[in-house]
Design a protein around this ligand. Sequence first.
Ligand SMILES: [Zn+2]
Length: 369
Amino acid sequence: MGVLSLLGCDPAARRLAAVPVAVAAPCEAPGIERIALLAPREGLESVPAVERLTLPLDAMRLALPAGRSLVDVAVQEQALVSIGVFGSVDALLAFDVVDPESTVPARSSLDEDGRLPKLVSLRVPLGVAVLRVVVDVAAPVDLARVSQDPAEMPAPGALDRGSTQPLLGFPAPRSRDDGYLLGAPGRYLFTRADVARVVLAALRQTRVRFRRDPIVIGDISQWDGARPASDLGQPRHISHEGGRDLDVALPANDGSPSTLRSHCRGVLIDADRHVCEPGTSRGVDALRLAYFLGLLIDASPATTPVVKVFTDDAYLREIRAATELLKTRRWIKDAGYEALAEDGILRASPWHTDHVHVRFGGAPGHSPW
Ligand SMILES: [Zn+2]
């Protein structure tokens, strides 16, 4: 696909034009100068050249100049790939994967903030060897790619506690049947490989069992293993290092999406403890949540198990009640049932009125960048 085919009225082309949605002019209007600049008009001397570059499989990084670049990024089919733009925090004007046939999974998180580094992660579909990306930046940047072949991922249980694994970007869902959506900037969605494997399988199985809406995945760790928002000097957790902790939205049954939102009336009981007012919990699909947590606990290997689950006391009670029903239906195994019971790993914690926090054991994952 050439530059000219980026032009036109389709939504993808408009995204590529780096025109913020809120201010984008109607397609017919003469307002999209960035697109117009690309058109090779008669007599127009100052058409900016678009760099056409390649990032081959045997290279990891490519320096890009300020301006617009099109880069063919070589990938292996079915690999878990993360592509990142690294540079000064406000340099990004636009980044997208050019995907005219929509073969590549949906890429955007519900909560991107436009800052660098910008990272997108996905599972490369069968038959795809190149991802073409467009990068538009106000200053020079590096484009980089890391890749994990699922066939070479360590088998669950094959690791001892001391061995380390790479972090990988939680991949964009391919469809609703994957059972989740991404709810944090891509650079804060990096997790240890074994954790990704267990969580992806549990989300998919929960979707198969309940046929309900996708559950939003929130903060995991930064691309470099640090706590999310450490890059902005404002880490927003006291844990979440090394890709072993993840925040998961509460599955909802109140007719609204299962996003990161409070399901109770929150009260500040002292300066640093925000909790649900007792009796105000509403709309949590506790059966689905308990089922998902049971799957995680049962599927996590003995060497890197789920070691703690934190949520608000109000939801904790609902989860425990739901495990009884799961047990009578035989939808939970003994290990999961016991872990979620009174003396198990499920703990009440302030600041969890809108999510559950799942912590896995084992060594921190290492940065692949
Ligand atoms: Zn958390």
